[in-house]
Write a protein that binds this ligand. Structure first.
Ligand code: ACO
Length: 319
């Protein structure tokens, strides 16, 4: 039987770091409010010339390098983003061209903050079925482009970045189980309810959110899908060495870990210096903790996403 295994990780954050005080100088907010309600201290914003596929390229190069795999050996690209460069072609196709390769399938996944988990599950399915052997799975976002800078309830929460893994075929797992869910009846909780039509933007091009509704949904969904995924892998919560959840908000992450009975030392947190980077947040956090030597070979890592749609899901993998 063929399984898939994370053979390398990579991350990229654009150089511009923005502090909470930057917002406090423009809006009725403060560093103390943002820190205490979200845990966020700084985030990175891309400059105007950088697109999601540019950030994805840097993260992908690093993931390939850490896996010791050449771009020419990649036979599948799955890129999760809600902020693609264009309406079409996909950011995955643009990334493929920037990597200097051609021919392999490449497509985007749009599941907002669960996007990377969806992309990972899709790539795992390709590898298990024998359709691919070396998949580049990427989350890349420039959420700063969707923010209404006058809305203090949302613009302080997000950041830009990209994370990637090289998923390789292996005789042992690797990925043990993935569980994905969606419920479109919650679409109104978190959305950018606009589109391009007849040369105009119809609806709103800005992110809108019911913060308390998202909070409640996210904590419950993260707990439930963690339990489902661990059970699907025939393991117990106590077997999990690291929880790498979507980095929405420290309070959401603490609450979810507490409900699972997982100690704080097993929780990977990067939202304090990344902000919420949507589909990029899980692979960025994974990469940071791998490079810091905290997540190591043999560790059981539970990765989780929850976000607009609503969508949610988790993947349990042995590194
Ligand atoms: N600075 C100062 N005051 C603020 C700010 C701000 N940046 N933002 C909102 N407020 C004010 C509100 O206007 C409100 O003022 P009022 O009482 O005068 O009306 C007050 O703070 C309380 O507002 P609430 O919305 O009740 O604040 P809450 O404690 O719920 O915190 C927050 C808001 C941080 C957004 C919280 O609801 C939350 O974390 N929700 C989850 C949202 C999230 O993580 N979204 C990410 C995208 S979804 C995802 O990734 C899963």
């Amino acid at each position: 039987m063929t399984f898939s295994r994370i053979a390398g990780t990579g991350g990229y954050l654009p150089p511009r770091v923005v502090s909470n005080d930057w917002f406090a100088a423009r809006l009725d907010t403060s560093d103390a409010w943002i820190r205490s309600r979200t845990g966020i201290v700084t985030r990175h914003f891309a400059d105007e010339s950088q697109t999601s596929s540019d950030l994805a390229l840097e993260a992908s190069r690093r993931a390939l390098e850490s896996a010791g795999v050449a771009a020419s050996e990649v036979d599948l690209i799955v890129l999760a983003t809600s902020t693609p460069d264009y309406v079409f072609p996909s950011a995955a196709c643009l990334l493929q061209a920037k990597l200097g390769i051609k021919g392999c399938p490449a497509f985007d996944v749009q599941a907002v903050c669960s996007g990377f988990i969806y992309a990972l599950a899709a790539a795992d399915g390709f590898i298990k079925s024998g359709t691919a052997r070396r998949a580049l799975v990427v989350g890349a976002e420039v959420f700063s482009r969707l923010l209404d800078w006058k809305d203090r309830g949302t613009c302080v929460l997000f950041g830009d970045g990209a994370g990637a893994v090289l998923l390789a075929a292996d005789s042992k797992p690797g990925i043990h189980a993935s569980v994905l869910h969606a419920d479109g009846s919650y679409a109104g909780l978190l959305s950018v309810p606009g589109n391009v039509s007849n040369g105009r933007i119809v609806g709103s091009p800005y992110l809108q959110m019911n913060g308390q509704g998202v909070f409640k949904f996210a904590v419950k969904a993260l707990e439930e899908v963690a339990r489902e995924t661990v059970a699907a892998a025939d393991m117990a919560i106590a077997d999990v060495d690291w929880l790498v959840p979507h980095q929405a908000n420290v309070r959401i992450l603490d609450a979810a870990a507490r409900r699972l009975g997982l100690p704080a030392e097993k929780l990977a947190i990067t939202v304090d210096h990344h902000g919420n980077t949507s589909a990029a947040s899980v692979p960025l956090a994974l990469d940071e903790f791998v490079r810091a030597g905290k997540i190591r070979a043999g560790h059981h890592v539970l990765m989780q996403g929850v976000g607009g749609g609503f969508t949610w899901g988790a993947t349990l993998a042995t590194m």
